[in-house]
Design a protein around this ligand. Structure first.
Ligand SMILES: NCCC[C@H](NC(=O)CCC(=O)O)C(=O)O
Length: 445
């Protein structure tokens, strides 16, 4: 295995909860105030990661963030002991407090945009953490995400790390959730598709009316520049504003690509035919599969409910592709019928595997949200921090760690418990040792 795609799944943090923080994300709003289970959430995520590793995939994990985010609460004027900060913030600024408790870094598709070495000018793998400016709770992530990525991909000869884009809506960047890469093989130069929701500096261009477009065209261009991509290696595509208004807050809720397959809903893009032509032209002569799912087979609403497109399409060691889907897809008559048929058609996708990631789904995160893809070569993999890679031993170590530190259930009331802060820091301190990350968290510095 000389070239392959590695997946880095976000470890769910100890404060995983349902706070209804993401306007425009239907599941997040519908499940506001539900009781969560941080322990089950983390174990569900690890089980998926381990299953992919058992299928012969290269699988790693990315550490979660420190929450409650005491540094931000203090920056916003809450003072005194930790207990006091938590109490005052939860009483006087409930929404701010809840935002500072979110475990949203678990969705590592939003951690960064990654360009493999075959696409970049200097031949290194480039990372730009996403600034996630559109949601306050997510905008707290990029600094520490950058540190975690540096500690995970810690070798200047192979990896180039950029600072996140300016923290402003004009450069709203949601990372790899709006980025997919087509290629004939992982180690060959590919075509990077950057999908955006609106133009920040041109109000004559279309934009959604009801829900926010989190990601801008200007952000896409900036990341492509930073990563040293060629114009012929990039296609910028606008998301259909109407689907954003139906709850498609990231493109990976309505389209996903892998190697020479682009799997998308017919309503996913704006100006679809022009963009597909550009993809065909830039992709070159090797075979390319456009799998277009018509509304008649699966409605946008059903796609948002089941996360049919928030599936991972992976290439197994035998060269066949498989879809990693949430069990919600199996439980929907139209979606499971569609998938049953898809694997019989003349495309590289031959199997579907279903996973229970309900704890994450209730916040609008499916299997694809939970992972950051990094296409690599063997020699680049050997430069990755080995402690983050999943195998029997690290999986056992991490599941024991979760069972030891995580709560079975969590409600809003529990978030202000000073004991939860102590538990979380104790857990994360131990995790940085398990994963050999060094002092990435504010409380460790
Ligand atoms: N890629 C999937 C991201 C899901 C994430 N949900 C959230 O943050 C919900 C958190 C809450 O409501 O408690 C988001 O919308 O960015």
């Amino acid at each position: 295995m000389q070239q392959f795609e590695a997946n880095f799944d976000g470890l769910v943090g100890p404060t995983h909860n349902y706070a209804g923080l993401s306007f425009g994300n239907v599941a997040s709003l519908n499940n506001a105030n539900a009781i969560s289970s941080p322990k089950n959430a983390a174990l569900q995520g690890l089980a998926k990661a381990k299953a992919l590793s058992d299928m012969g995939m290269v699988q790693g994990v990315l550490a979660p963030q420190e929450r409650p985010d005491m540094e931000t609460l203090r920056r916003l004027g809450f003072t005194g002991s930790s207990k006091n900060v938590l109490e005052e913030a939860s009483k006087k600024a409930r929404e701010v407090f809840l935002a500072c408790c979110s475990a949203s870094s678990m969705w590592t598709a939003n951690a960064a945009t990654v360009s493999p070495s075959a696409d970049t000018q200097d031949g290194k793998i480039h990372f730009t953490p996403a600034n996630l400016t559109n949601k306050f709770h997510r905008s707290l992530e990029p600094e520490v995400t950058g540190r975690i990525l540096q500690a995970t991909f810690n070798d200047d000869a192979c990896f180039a790390h950029h600072k996140h884009l300016p923290d402003n809506e004009h450069f709203g960047d949601e990372g790899a959730a709006n980025h997919t890469r087509l290629c004939s093989e992982y180690g060959a130069p590919g075509l990077e598709l950057f999908v955006y929701g609106r133009h920040a500096f041109d109000s004559t261009k279309p934009a959604p009316k009801r829900f926010p477009a989190r990601h801008t065209y200007e952000a896409c261009e900036a990341v492509a520049r930073l990563h040293g991509l060629s114009d012929e290696g990039v296609v910028y595509i606008q998301q259909n504003p109407d689907v954003i208004d139906q709850g498609v807050f990231h493109n990976d809720v309505i389209a996903v690509g892998n190697q020479n397959v682009l799997f998308y809903h017919e309503q996913a893009f704006y100006d679809t035919e022009t963009k597909l032509d550009e993809i065909r032209r830039k992709f070159g002569d090797s075979p390319l599969h456009f799998i277009n799912v018509p509304t008649q087979a699966v409605s946008v609403q059903e796609a948002v409910k089941t996360y049919l497109f928030n599936t991972q399409i992976i290439t197994l060691p035998n060269g066949e592709m498989a879809i990693i889907a949430p069990t919600e897809c199996r439980d929907s008559a139209s979606v499971s019928a569609y998938l049953d048929e898809l694997v019989t058609l003349d495309t590289p996708i031959k199997k579907v595997h279903y996973f229970d990631v309900k704890e994450s789904m209730r916040n609008g995160g499916g299997p694809a949200c939970l992972r950051l893809r990094v296409a690599m070569k063997a020699q680049e993999l050997s430069a990755v921090n080995p402690n983050v890679l999943i195998n029997d031993d690290t999986y056992a170590g991490l599941t024991n760690w979760v069972k030891k530190h995580y709560r079975d259930s969590l409600s809003e009331n529990d978030l202000r418990d000073p004991q939860l802060l102590i538990e979380s820091r104790t857990a994360l301190d131990e995790l940085t040792q398990l994963l050999n990350l060094g002092s990435v968290y504010p409380f460790q510095r």
